[in-house]
Design a protein around this ligand. Structure first.
Ligand SMILES: Cc1cc2nc3c(=O)[nH]c(=O)nc-3n(C[C@H](O)[C@H](O)[C@H](O)COP(=O)(O)OP(=O)(O)OC[C@H]3O[C@@H](n4cnc5c(N)ncnc54)[C@H](O)[C@@H]3O)c2cc1C
Ligand code: SF4
Ligand code: SF4
Ligand code: SF4
Length: 395
């Protein structure tokens, strides 16, 4: 029977809960807001299946030769609505066109990230865009397994640990299964995201009805968090100033397992890996227009075939995988733990999100504010013709 003695060793993938024949594993939230399995001992029959499928304690080595590509969709609207180059939507559309089912992450009406499935182009739209918070798998593996057994094509997308969880749960290969994972920095706490949403709601006096973590109004490189409220108002702020993105990027609120991730490798269980092609301006500058370029790994024969089928719909170029990941260390290295992470979570129940972020993640926010003030002051001095004189005085 599964027992979590060390939180670093549980990714919250839900494979154990999905496989339990007695349905006696509940995924329970800890004080940080992450889900861990809890076993109802009265119902457990000690069959050992939960331990057998756990992808962390039964790590799989993959022997493959991934190929890397710089890609983006020729459909400009899809590309601008997606986090990087819009490749996820193109693959998902192929699967729907073949009568298949697509699993991905949506934000439900309470702004909780959950895995769900789509059987139509319209339903697919909700999966578009990265949701920077851990999604709840729920019963998604069981549902996907049932579709697979009925010979429906299934595309399952998620973090590398979620794909490992699905494959471990299924315990067999399926020709009709296609998996997409991402280069994964790590997943922030659903509790931290909930606190941020509540803070924004009380600030605006209205409920959040939609969130886009990767709005491209200022470009793909300097993306923005966008929130839409029930009263018609809108919040939009670049990643360097948005308090939630700062807490995420400063590694103050990631799941413990993300700091010792067992799935950081170039030899992955998925068919396709999607990522932002950070560093594209150095590797293939002609493919960088700041609208979003994806780094894509074709990890399997199925993945390579899929990219071939997309050729008319994408702009793509083969790149050297080792050079490409130099600019994206999350592909192979776990995020370091912020030394203030523990204190952040100790205070999460006591402080509103803005105070929490200013207290524990403020360094870069303050530096950005100072830089802005210096730039603004320089502009005024330039306008008044005093910039040269001021520089002399400062020297
Ligand atoms: C938590 C997280 C961390 C990431 N870290 C990095 C990183 O360090 N470096 C990097 O290059 N790229 C990272 N990415 C991937 C990147 O943000 C894009 O998702 C990727 O480039 C695909 O973009 P796209 O334009 O093809 O499609 P999009 O439409 O933007 O991608 C949507 C896909 O992402 C999935 N998805 C969305 N939110 C989640 C979630 N919470 N959990 C699991 N799957 C989700 C959807 O189901 C769908 O499959 C991360 C994504 C997430 C969700
Ligand atoms: S040992 Fe079997 S019955 Fe008990 S929790 Fe694990 S899977 Fe469920
Ligand atoms: S199967 Fe997944 S959720 Fe269950 S213990 Fe292992 S990592 Fe945690
Ligand atoms: S960093 Fe690793 S453990 Fe964390 S969500 Fe990503 S794949 Fe899972």
């Amino acid at each position: 029977m599964i027992k979590i003695t060390e939180k670093y060793n549980c990714t919250g993938c839900h494979a154990c809960a999905n496989v339990c024949p007695k349905e006696c594993i509940n995924m329970e939230s800890d004080s940080e807001g992450f889900l861990y399995p809890g076993v109802d001992l009265k119902s457990c029959i000690a069959c050992g299946l939960c331990e057998k499928v756990c992808p962390v304690s039964n790590k799989k080595d993959i022997d493959n030769e991934p190929q890397a590509f710089a890609c983006y969709s020729k459909n400009e609207q899809v590309r601008l609505e997606s986090s990087s180059g819009g490749i996820f939507t193109l693959i998902a559309e192929q699967i729907i066109n073949e009568g298949g089912v697509v699993f991905g992450v949506i934000l439900d009406k309470d702004m909780t990230a959950v895995h769900s499935y789509a059987e139509s182009m319209e339903q697919l739209k909700a999966f578009r865009g990265s949701k920077y918070v851990q999604s709840k798998i729920g019963e998604a593996y069981k549902i996907a397994g049932n579709f697979l057994k009925k010979n429906r094509k299934v595309l399952f997308s998620g973090t590398p640990c979620q794909i490992a969880g699905l494959k471990a749960y299924l315990q067999q290969e399926y020709d009709n299964l296609f998996c997409i994972d991402i280069i994964c920095h790590g997943v922030p706490s659903p509790r931290a995201w909930g606190k941020y949403v509540s803070y924004q709601e009380s600030h605006m006096g209205s409920k959040v009805q939609g969130a886009n973590f990767r709005h491209k109004d200022k470009g793909w490189n300097r993306f923005s968090m966008e929130l839409e409220f029930n009263n018609g108002t809108r919040y939009i702020q670049t990643l360097d100033k948005d308090l939630y993105m700062q807490a995420f990027l400063k590694d103050a609120c990631l799941r413990p397992s993300c700091h010792k991730c067992s799935f950081k490798t170039l030899h992955r269980q998925s068919d396709i890996t999607l990522a932002d092609f950070w560093g594209i301006q150095k590797i293939a500058p002609h493919m960088d227009d700041d609208k979003g370029t994806s780094l894509v790994f074709a990890n399997s024969g199925k993945g390579k075939l899929m990219l071939d089928r997309l050729q008319n719909l994408i702009v793509s170029e083969r790149v050297d995988i080792d050079k490409a990941v130099c600019y994206n260390p999350a592909a192979f290295r776990s995020a370091g733990e912020n030394p203030k992470r523990g204190a952040f979570f100790e205070d999460i129940g006591k402080l509103p999100f803005d105070k929490l972020a200013y207290k524990y993640c403020s360094e870069s926010i303050v530096i950005t504010a100072k830089r802005k003030m210096t730039e603004a002051a320089a502009k005024v001095l330039k306008k008044t013709g005093l910039l040269h004189a001021a520089k002399k005085v400062l020297k």
